[in-house]
Design a protein around this ligand. Sequence first.
Ligand code: AKB
Length: 315
Amino acid sequence: MKKIVVTGALGQIGSELITRMREVYGADHVIATDIRNNGSEVVNNGPFEILDVTDGKAMHDIVKKYDADTLIHLAALLSATAEAKPLLAWNLNMGGLVNALEVARELRCQFFTPSSIGAFGPSTPKDQTPQDTIQRPTTMYGVNKVSGELLCDYYNHKFGLDTRGLRFPGLISYVALPGGGTTDYAVEIYYEAIKNGRYASYIAEGTYMDMMYMPDALNAIIQLMEADESKLKHRNAFNVTAMSFAPEEIAAEIKKHIPSFTMEYNVDPSRQAIADSWPNSIDATAAKEEWGFKAKYDLSSMTKDMLEKLMLKLV
Ligand code: AKB
C-alpha cells in the first residue's frame, strides 16, 4: 500500500485529494502537510504536519519520518497572484518544486506535481491545443509551469525518478475555494448565484478557457499515479480537460436552475490578459490513449451537482 506525503494539502486540490486518497489508501497512509493549520477535516482525520516547502530539510525529515514512497507536491501560487508577485512566485513555485524533487530523489519516492493550461502562451495554437506544441508563456506562472515540466522530465531521465504530472485546466469545486487564479470566476459564480442571485464576471464575454470538475481531477491524479509506467510516453504534463466555456455559457447553465440569476461584466484587465494568453481548448488525446483518462462531468452535470452541493452548504 502506498504511503503518500502531500504538500499544500489545505489548498483547493489538496483539501479534496487528501479525503479521497485516505478512502483509497487508508487514513494513516496519507500525510497532509501545509504551511498553516486551519483545523479542518484534512488536519483532524489523519496525520498532519506543518511544512513550508521552501525548507527542503523539513520536507526531507517529514517524508523520512513517515517512510513515504510517494510525494505529491501541490503547494504553489496561482496565476493572478504570481503575476502580482513574480519574485515570490519564482521563489515559492520553483524553490518548492526543486526541494520536492530532491527529496523524492534522495528517498526514492514516486512523484506528482500539477502543471496547468498556464504553461501555454499567445503563440501556442489556441484551439484543440496539442499535447506537444509551442510553449512560450508570457506570465510568471506560465514560466514556472514550463520550467517545472522540464525539471520533472530532467529528474526522470537523469535520475530515473518516477515523475508524473497533469496540465490542469480551471478546477471547479464546492469544498475549498481557489485563491489567486484566473479561472476562479467559474467557482465564484456558483457561490454568488446562490447567495445573491447575481455575479459580476471579471473575465470578458466570449473568453473561452478549459475547465474540469474536481471529482474528475481527483480521479485523474489517482489513475495517472496507478498507471503502468511502461505505457507512459509523456509521463509529465498530460493535457487533461472536461469542457471549455465562456462566462456567458456558464451563466446560461446556472439560469436553467435559478431563472432570476443575472450576470454583468466588470473586467479585470490583468486577469483578462492572462486568460487571453491561454488556449481556448486543449486536446487530451495523449492522456486518453496512454492511461485511459476520461472525464465524467460536462458543464450541465457539473452545474447541477455544484448547485445542489452548495445549496446544502450555504443555505
Ligand atoms: C489559475 O487560474 O491560475 C489556475 C490554473 C488554470 O492553473 N486555476
